[in-house]
Design a binder for this molecule. Structure first.
Ligand code: NAP
Length: 330
């Protein structure tokens, strides 16, 4: 539902979305809500996605290839898994209009700059970006206009990038509902390794560990999941292709954070083994204070249990993807 007043004059004539999944479709919804583009066009890997995007009104025109889609666009947003961004840049490079802004939404930034920049010629403004917003859903039907509201979007322009292009993209993301911060790709990758990548790795791992336990039957894992496990399963339901690419492309920062995590975990393990209650209490109290900081920063709700409705009758509770607004904690 739109809460914003559409811009009197669109910021961009033609926005091209390369990839129309959760992020691409949410950009389209938010872009339409704010009236930021005269027209939105797009391409995806499959024609089925292009057709769905047209049917949902996410794009005005769909193309079979990325190079066709970017022709005449003054803003190109690459919304595909990180590992594909280099190949997309190579494909679209010769078809980009002079003066076009090219950006992306990839969850890793150093590898994207490395893979995309060499294919974008002078006169095209490359401003990589990453909206820190998402859900565990994928595909063109999963997007919604409010996804970016109140969330952060990080831009990592290479040195010498045209200041006007950076400012224009910053204004675009603000109009989509985001707060915007600018930093280097290296700093982005270090920060996101601890705030996003490591939590996902832990979620994937804990869900698999539980699944492999021989003493706990599957039904018990599901039945008692509200004890904490359930919250990990939501994160672990995220797209495997996307996350494979994140870990392959942010290897150094993730390994650094994983090393620190393992040291801290070993300290907790030791405190449990030797019955050091004061030590455990102090560590848990510190962690609890961080949660309060997240709420004060407006990045989550203060409502108990993430504002979930009280447990629904059993049959509804068990249905994956039961109706309701998706969590947007990413
Ligand atoms: P998604 O829902 O799986 O959508 C991916 C899109 O990319 C699909 O439309 C897919 O087309 C398309 N695609 C794949 N290969 C392509 C190719 N070779 N050429 C053109 N299009 C291609 O993924 P998403 O969640 O939107 O993620 C997209 C990007 O956003 C990723 O880089 C991810 O790191 C980043 N991101 C994700 C989140 C999140 O929470 N999901 C948050 C922030 C940033 P088909 O549908 O035809 O396969």
């Amino acid at each position: 539902m739109s809460t914003r007043v559409p811009a009197a004059k669109p910021m961009f004539q033609r926005v091209a979305l390369i990839g129309i999944g959760l992020i691409g479709s949410s950009i389209s919804h938010a872009c339409r809500r704010a009236g930021l583009a005269h027209e939105i066009v797009g391409s995806a890997r499959t024609l089925a996605t292009v057709d769905t995007a047209k049917r949902l009104g996410l794009i005005d025109e769909g193309f079979a290839s990325a190079s066709q889609a970017v022709r005449g666009a003054d803003l190109v947003i690459v919304c595909v898994p990180v590992g594909l961004c280099g190949a997309i840049a190579q494909e679209i490079g010769p078809s980009l209009s002079p003066g076009a802004i090219v950006t992306d939404v990839g969850s890793v930034k150093g590898a994207i700059v490395r893979d995309m920049a060499p294919h974008l010629r002078a006169g095209v403004h490359f401003v990589p970006g990453h909206p820190i917003a998402g859900t565990e859903q994928s595909g063109p039907e999963s997007g919604f206009a409010e996804l970016f509201d109140g969330r952060w979007c990080i831009l990592t322009p290479p040195p010498q990038t045209d200041a006007v292009a950076i400012e224009k993209l910053k204004t675009f993301w603000q109009a989509l509902g985001s707060n915007v911060e600018i930093m280097t790709p290296e700093h982005h990758d270090l920060v996101l390794a601890i705030t996003s990548h490591l939590p996902h790795l832990i979620a994937f791992n804990i869900v698999n560990t539980a699944a492999h336990l021989e003493r706990v039957t599957d039904s018990e894992v599901i039945k008692f999941s509200a004890g904490g496990f359930r919250d990990f399963t939501r994160i672990a339901a995220s797209d495997p292709t996307m996350w494979r690419d994140v870990f392959l492309n942010n290897k150094d920062a993730v390994l650094e954070m994983l090393g620190r995590f393992q040291e801290d975990l070993a300290n907790l393990q030791r405190a449990i083994r030797y019955g050091e209650g004061d030590e455990l209490y102090a560590k848990f109290a510190d962690a609890r204070a961080i949660r309060r900081g997240v709420i004060q920063a407006g990045q989550d709700t203060a409502a108990p249990n993430f504002g979930r409705a009280p447990a629904a009758p059993k049959a509804v509770d068990a249905v994956p993807g039961a109706p309701g607004k998706p969590d947007t904690k990413r």
